[in-house]
Design a protein around this ligand. Structure first.
Ligand SMILES: N[C@@H](CCC(=O)N[C@@H](CS)C(=O)NCC(=O)O)C(=O)O
Length: 218
């Protein structure tokens, strides 16, 4: 059965799902939703997802949106074991905490900069927005102090979500290099995540193009 994924690869939460899909060996039937053409507000898409966000997944008629919910669903349904999305209560709680960190901290701080820039034409980010991103890097550094991956000793769905957001933040507020554990984790993700180049890196390059165009740099 095809897995339909409504997407735009520049979108960080979409890239988290694409990364999860590669590791799980899944093929998506990709359906482009061009946010710049306001296609997410098309009545047909809103009927599918009233919150009109990408990514949105349709698995044999089952509709699920929010990247964190999607990656957990895919890993639970299609994972060969529970390493990406642990069943153990404590291990899973840490994964959930990091997923919520992405939802509640990384993504909103990214959106605080990208929405005014890409959709309202505001080229300058506020000092506060920049400071919040630098603070987010510090939180990540702390998470990675004793472990190689954001939720423990092995890669989980939380790494897919966090790396998509963090690498996008780095395009806006370069600063990862100041945090050795964080910088090493980004390199680890690049090296170890299946299909990193064709998913996160490719979409990130497009994201960067949008950012540079909006800033008048290209
Ligand atoms: N928490 C959601 C955020 C999704 C989201 O806001 N996606 C953006 C693109 S990066 C979007 O579709 N925005 C359109 C809108 O909010 O109407 C997730 O992780 O999927």
């Amino acid at each position: 059965m095809p897995l339909d994924l409504y997407y735009l690869d520049a979108s960080p939460p979409v890239r988290a799902v694409l990364l999860a899909g590669k590791t799980l060996g899944l093929e998506f039937n990709l359906k482009l939703v061009d946010l710049f053409q306001r296609k997410h507000l098309d009545p047909e898409f809103v009927k599918l997802n009233p919150r009109h966000t990408i990514p949105t997944l349709v698995d044999d008629g089952f509709v699920i949106y929010d990247s964190h919910a999607i990656v957990a669903y895919l890993a639970t349904k299609y994972g060969k074991d529970d390493s990406l999305c642990p069943r153990d209560a404590k291990a899973r709680a840490i994964v959930d905490q990091r997923l919520h960190f992405d939802t509640g901290t990384l993504f909103p701080r990214l959106r605080n900069i990208t929405f005014p820039l890409l959709f309202l034409g505001k080229k300058e980010m506020t000092a506060e927005a920049k400071k919040e991103v630098e603070e987010a890097y510090q939180y990540m550094e702390k998470f990675l102090e004793e472990h190689d991956w954001v939720a423990g000793d092995n890669m989980t769905i939380a790494d897919f979500c966090c790396v998509a957001s963090i690498t996008s933040l780095e395009c806006l507020v370069p600063g990862i290099a100041k945090h050795p554990k964080l910088a090493a984790w980004v390199e680890r993700c690049k090296k170890n995540m299946v299909g990193y180049e064709e998913t996160n890196q490719k979409g990130l390059n497009n994201f960067e193009k949008y950012v540079k165009t909006a800033r008048g740099e290209i």
